[in-house]
Design a protein around this ligand. Structure first.
Ligand SMILES: NCc1[nH]cc(CCC(=O)O)c1CC(=O)O
Length: 315
């Protein structure tokens, strides 16, 4: 193994924070490492909506190439940005313990306190037409399901950029991943978690990707792996793969472990939020593998195939 491990990362503040965490964890294992920041396609082009970029892995492909070309030794990713199928030759070295999986509404002072209370609890709000910004088809679809008359504005860019755009516009609010804001200490005062919204599969989890043939490094990374997070995000990503397999689609999932059981929730929505199907199930830990796949198959059998067709037509 190289004496100094090269950690590939995107150059956003969140990505560098996550890569620095990995550097620290490796150091605790007695391994020196340096960061190698790389610009991804998803960061270079901050205007095109992600779902319109047409290819999977706009945030991950440049790092995949660097890894395969031996310009870096590991790549650190927000796992929700990673396509369900890893490229040939690349494998999951470790999945770190998950941070918050929630989505968060950052709101402006223009929202009335009594309306905030309803939004927090997902209660209908027919008397107000709010404008909410999000670049995510998943968040948009779930928001429209509850608030069909609201106006959803596109919003792209890294966390910092999106917060700035929210300040600069007259929107009522914007939706963020709690983990992203909290990691870089940027969670605004005006924010609450949307407990009724299901997150993206693997939201809040960090993946360390390795070359498949780098046995010593894989062994080292394995020490950083969190098996419980691994199980949960594996089921969430299997659910996604069973339904559609894209990484910016209106498909959400969350799994967690409690008292020896895996609890799983998932949903699939048409992009306009009019058709949504939900699934919730639990399983003893020993039989938890394939919970996500079974949940996906269940939804396909209940009409989820029609929603999948709508999603494909919209894309
Ligand atoms: N798609 C961008 C992205 N990828 C990972 C995170 C946050 C960290 C995480 O969810 O793990 C974000 C920002 C966001 O969705 O607001």
């Amino acid at each position: 193994m190289a004496s100094v491990i090269r950690i590939g990362t995107r150059d956003s503040r969140l990505a560098v924070w996550q890569a620095s965490l990995v550097k620290q964890l490796l150091f605790q294992q007695g391994q020196e490492a340096i960061l190698v920041p790389v610009k991804s396609e998803g960061d270079r082009d901050q205007r095109t909506p992600l779902y319109a970029m047409g290819v999977q892995g706009v945030f991950t492909r440049v790092l995949d190439a660097a890894l395969l070309n031996d310009r870096i030794d590991v790549a650190v990713h927000s796992m929700k940005d990673v396509p369900v199928q890893l490229p040939e030759g690349i494998t999951a070295g470790a999945i770190l313990p998950r941070a918050s999986y929630h989505d968060l509404l950052v709101f402006k002072d223009s929202v009335l306190p009594e309306h905030l209370e309803r939004l927090k609890n997902g209660i209908p709000l027919p008397e107000a037409t709010l404008t909410i910004a999000t670049g995510s088809v998943r968040r948009k679809a779930q928001w429209l399901q509850r608030y069909p008359h609201h106006i959803l504005e596109p919003l792209r860019g890294n966390v910092q950029t999106r917060l700035q755009k929210l300040r600069d516009n007259s929107w009522h609010g914007a939706i963020f991943a709690a983990a992203g804001l909290e990691r870089i200490d940027s969670r605004p005062e005006n924010a609450f978690t949307l407990d009724w919204m299901l997150p993206a599969p693997a939201q809040g989890a960090i993946l360390i990707a390795c070359r498949e043939d780098d046995a010593p490094l894989r062994e080292l990374c394995d020490k950083l792996n969190d098996p419980e997070t691994e199980l949960c995000v594996t089921e969430e990503r299997d659910f996604l793969a069973t339904l559609l397999g894209g990484c910016s689609t209106p498909i959400s999932a969350h799994a967690y472990v409690q008292e020896g059981k895996l609890f799983f929730k998932g949903n699939i929505c048409s992009p306009d939020g009019r058709d949504c199907l939900d699934v919730a199930c639990e399983s003893p830990l020993a039989a938890a593998r394939f919970t996500g796949r079974k949940a996906g198959e269940q939804l396909l059998g209940q009409g989820g195939d029609h929603i999948v067709a709508k999603i494909k037509n919209a894309g």
